[in-house]
Design a protein around this ligand. Sequence first.
Ligand code: TPP
Ligand code: MG
Length: 358
Amino acid sequence: MTAQEVATAVPPEASDSFPADRRLEAYRTMVLARSLDDRCIALQRQGRIGFYAPHAGQEAALLGSAYALAPDDWVFPAYRELVVALVRGASLQSVVDQLFADSGDLTKGRQMPNHFAFRAQHFVSASSPIGTQIPQAVGAAMAARSRQAPIATIAYFGDGATSSNDFHAGMNFAGVFRAPTIFFCQNNGWAISLPRDRQTRSPTLAGKADAYGFPGVVVDGNDVGAVYTAVRRARRRAVAGEGPTLIEAQVYRFGPHSTSDDPRRYRADSEVESARLRDPVHRLKTELLSAHLLDEAGDAKIWEEARGTIQGAVTAAEAAAPVGPLSFFDDVYASLTPRLAEERAGAAAQVPAEARRP
Ligand SMILES: Cc1ncc(C[n+]2csc(CCOP(=O)(O)OP(=O)(O)O)c2C)c(N)n1
Ligand SMILES: [Mg+2]
């Protein structure tokens, strides 16, 4: 089945269209996401957080996919999907706390900054090793199916990950066993400095699904509605037992690969400028303006509110206590072994009283 045929593989349903009454809410989240991105890069440059992987330019792909999922689905992210966690109900404060590794950090300072995990939101820890989340998502999907849970799993990954061993292992297994998994590839044309044409000669990345025997779809990743529809349909297929779908969302990330990267060494400024003409935030704003759901004054207020909310979260994170040193003893065993209990007591005697919290 080719990428083109896929569009007709699952009959469309009205509920596949992005809900009109959620478009303004989606725009607010998009503005929050864009503002957070700008702020996080500034915080890293100021030495206040250690590391950050930007997503500006990919908001429509991230949001459109996130809105199409159900709360019980499980998300297996790469490392650029904090917006997905926000849509699923993770608090902005917990995102910012993770970046600062303060006592509000759900990962207790044990992960690299930007490597979020939100268990309550079914959002698995970020995958830095490229592609590892793909077979994990397939395994979780198979487990869900054996429990007869009517859910799907989604694996987020980039164009670069399509060259990984884990992409092949996950896609092949999912195809053979019809795993209820959505493979969501955000193709920004670059794997750090490696351009798309050095990655593969496949005309599309979605076309790779042909070899594994399930549909592949190419979608405009700047169009929140188009992404939503593609993921809704893939999800319906998955839950109906029809198997996986590979979605290639074509996007462009404006910023560097991460705060450790300088894209001017490999990417022409003109490429970025022309991509900015297709900015998904601007695109949704234009749609809302023409539908009279937004005006310029309302837009300015949305940006101002977003910056204020972020400022509040940053101020709270900087005022929060660091993660307590005794947290070192948590989470390895359900209850401490006698030896570890003794070591913990010894350590507790050496730390100041205010740091004795877990
Ligand atoms: C197994 C593995 N190999 C190499 C790396 C180094 N690395 C980190 S990100 C990256 C590029 C990933 O590109 P892509 O999948 O397109 O995602 P993008 O960053 O463009 O969103 C590479 C090679 C890694 N993290 N893991
Ligand atoms: Mg890429």
